[in-house]
Design a protein around this ligand. Structure first.
Ligand SMILES: [Fe+2]
Ligand SMILES: [Fe+2]
Length: 289
């Protein structure tokens, strides 16, 4: 193993690294905003390392095997599209609700750990918004479509208030699930994909990233993520081209992993006191046109 990997070092600007453990276990340490964090990765696990993030290997077992992928902007090596989290939507129960009165028993029966697909009349929206606000983060939704005829959304209930990392991670999983349907020719899923992705990117660009930067988040990382958003928006319009589709899948997968492993935890650590307010604002946001 190269000696430099035992010492503090960092990927240079615009270069992300992905440490992939192929066998055994590997202890890795990196420098957070104010402390060193350690994680032990098992075979099959991987961790993204952002440009400039100082890290080192601290533990290697005799059977440890790993490799380091280098992802430079615009020139990321394409291995193979990752399997999508496609089953997420298929297993959901579906509720048809005409008005606010019919919504109440659905919400009352929704226990911790449960989720489902709501198809509701447009008049239900204010009652749902009230229920979301009143639950203080235990009830959450992911709006899929909304027009004069009604609303379609995934509803989920958790035992404890969900944090933004969990919520946006679930948003990522849903985007991958509807993407699988859209690529399979499902027109409704294609519409849901456009709506989910538009809302998700607005949440990040207009709400999360400004709060993150104001709290000392890394402007270079943020710029890189915004660039990737622009490429995702562009490629979304041309998914019928196989090479564009492959690029989109690869980019989305890496982008989501980076955010879930690095960006969201860093954001939450920095904005601790105002995280609940930000979550409440995010949860009030409906479909973005
Ligand atoms: Fe993003
Ligand atoms: Fe994201």
């Amino acid at each position: 193993m190269p000696v430099r990997l035992w010492q503090w070092h960092a990927p240079r600007a615009n270069r992300w690294e992905r440490l992939c453990v192929d066998g055994g276990r590997l202890g890795v340490q990196w420098l957070d905003a104010d402390d060193a964090a350690t994680v032990v990765l098992a075979a099959g696990q991987a961790r993204w390392i952002a440009p400039g993030l100082r890290w080192r290997i601290v533990q290697v077992d005799p059977d440890s095997r790993f490799h380091l992928e280098i992802h430079a902007d615009e020139s990321s090596p394409a291995s193979a599209p990752q399997p999508v989290r496609a089953a997420w939507l298929d297993e959901l129960p579906c509720w048809h609700v005409d008005d606010a009165a019919a919504l109440a028993p659905v919400l009352a029966a929704l226990g911790p750990g449960q989720r489902g697909l709501l198809r509701a009349g447009a008049s239900v929206q204010p009652a749902l918004a009230t229920a979301l606000a009143a639950s203080a983060g235990r009830l959450s939704w992911h709006p899929l479509a909304s027009d004069d005829d009604g609303l379609v959304a995934v509803l989920a209930c958790s035992q404890q208030a969900i944090d933004l990392r969990q919520y946006l991670g679930r948003d990522h999983a849903l985007i991958e699930a509807v993407l699988a349907g859209a690529l399979g020719g499902d027109g409704e899923h294609a519409q849901w994909l456009r709506n989910l992705l538009a809302r998700h990117l607005v949440i990040e660009e207009k709400m999360l990233f400004p709060a993150w930067l104001a709290a000392g988040g890394n402007p270079g990382w943020e710029r890189g993520l915004r660039n990737e958003h622009a490429r995702l928006r562009e490629d979304l319009l041309r998914l019928d081209d196989p090479s564009v589709q492959r690029r989109f899948l690869l980019l989305l997968d890496g982008h989501d992993e980076k955010e879930e492993q690095i960006v969201y935890p860093d954001l939450l650590a920095r904005i601790e006191a105002s995280a609940a307010d930000l979550r409440a604002a995010v949860l009030q946001l409906g479909v973005v046109a």
